[in-house]
Write a protein that binds this ligand. Structure first.
Ligand code: CAA
Length: 381
């Protein structure tokens, strides 16, 4: 694995780091009070960071997967709510690029990448189909000129603010995972509605909603890829998405490490700071080591994807390890901040609330372990 970055990747990393500190940081407190980060997205649009891997002709940066995870990590250090919103938009844009036709590229990518649309959204989960994604029940029935969609989706990031929503629905219910297709649903389509807004413990600036489809007519031109490949589209998306969530967790963990560094410097025992205490030093060392190891796993998975190699197992390893490392870092930040962390909007408390969901969305830690174990079993049989 090549650890050094190309000049273009380096430029993207610098751009993301600058945008994180100059733009996202100033709106992060508002996001933690529930404000959707529209102001940050307006400033992100012209940078190309909403479509890191998308060709420049559509408003993206034509970057690599490695550049994309660097970008999400840098944004997450400053505002995790914005980072996840941007990560999902990037994932949606990637899938349109990968599975869409030229007409769909021209119709959807420029608005996604420029920020004309606040976000892209990915609608797989349902009330009765979370971890077991293939058991989804949303139905897309073939009608003249298109499909009629009926069903419900749950826990959908940006579902209420997106200009386009990738919806996985059954076109052939008897065919299991092979009977699923993907549709590009636009919120203006009659019969589409947004339901409950989830009141989450963290990532309060990121919007999470349920969606309903009641006889929504989706034209043939809005089917993404062939009929029956929807589950593959979802899994390929999640292979990349899981690298992004791993990167987001590393970014949050690094922000927690920064909180820890400040806390141990600020606290004094007599004339010595807490940072000279061996117990505190061991904690700092463990946090930093786990985050570095996590980052290497994320980079490995992203590099394999750049090389066009299968990386499902590596993405699952990166996601499970990085999100647990990020959670560990935030727990240590709360422990070492002590009373200061009792304020729910303090940096340590916010990171602990924000990082928790990274172990749930885009496949829980349990699902990642299942994916890893299945791949290992397949490689020995
Ligand atoms: N790439 C390509 N194809 C894949 C694939 C991958 N990574 N994984 C599976 N497939 C294919 C298989 O090859 C198989 O194809 P064939 O039928 O042709 O053999 C087919 O898909 C079915 O595969 P499985 O038998 O492995 O499927 P399964 O039903 O056992 O499920 C699972 C596998 C990994 C558990 C899957 O259900 C899963 O990932 N569940 C978690 C769902 C999830 O992550 N949800 C997140 C929601 S999105 C989100 O959170 C975004 C957000 O808001 C931030």
């Amino acid at each position: 694995m090549e650890l050094s970055l190309s000049k273009q990747e380096q430029r993207i990393v610098e751009l993301a780091e600058r945008t994180g500190t100059d733009v996202l940081a100033k709106h992060a407190a508002a996001a933690d009070h529930g404000e959707f980060p529209a102001r940050s997205i307006a400033e992100l649009g012209p940078t190309g960071l909403l479509g890191v891997k998308i060709p420049t002709e559509f408003g993206g940066l034509a970057g690599s997967n490695v550049a994309a995870v660097h970008a999400i990590r840098a944004l997450a250090r400053n505002c995790p709510s914005t980072a996840v919103t941007v990560a999902v938009t990037n994932m949606v844009a990637d899938m349109i690029l990968r599975f869409g036709n030229a007409e769909q590229h021209a119709r959807f990518l420029p608005k996604l990448c420029s920020g004309t649309w606040l976000a892209g959204s990915f609608a797989l989960s349902e009330p009765a189909a979370g971890s077991d994604a293939a058991s989804l029940r949303t139905r897309a029935e073939k009608v003249d000129g298109g499909y009629r969609l009926n069903g419900e989706k749950l826990w959908i990031t940006s579902g209420d603010v997106a200009g386009v929503i990738l919806v996985m629905a059954k076109t052939d219910p008897a065919a299991g995972a092979r009977g699923i297709s993907t549709f590009l649903v636009e919120p203006s389509m009659p019969g589409f509605s947004v339901g409950r807004h989830e009141e989450k413990m963290g990532l309060l600036g990121s919007s999470t909603v349920s969606l309903a489809f009641s006889d929504v007519f989706v034209p043939d031109a809005n089917r993404l890829g062939a009929e029956g490949i929807g589950f593959e589209v979802a899994m390929v998306a999640l292979d990349g998405g899981r690298c992004g969530i791993g990167a987001q967790a590393v970014g949050m963990g690094e922000a927690a490490l920064n909180v820890i560094a400040q806390a141990v410097e600020a606290r004094k025992k007599g004339d010595r700071t807490l940072g000279t205490d061996q117990g505190a030093q061991f904690r700092v060392a463990d946090v930093a080591t786990r985050l570095d190891a996590a980052w290497l796993l994320v980079l490995r998975a992203a590099s394999l994807r750049d090389a066009g190699k299968k990386m499902t197992k590596e993405a699952a390893m990166a996601k499970v390890f990085a999100t647990e490392a990020g959670n560990f870092a935030a727990q240590q930040a709360v422990a070492l901040s002590q009373g200061a962390a009792l304020d729910r909007h303090s940096p340590a408390a916010r990171l602990l609330r924000d990082v928790r969901v990274s172990r749930i969305y885009e496949g829980t830690s349990e699902i990642q372990r299942l994916v890893i174990a299945r791949h290992l079993a397949a490689s020995v049989s």
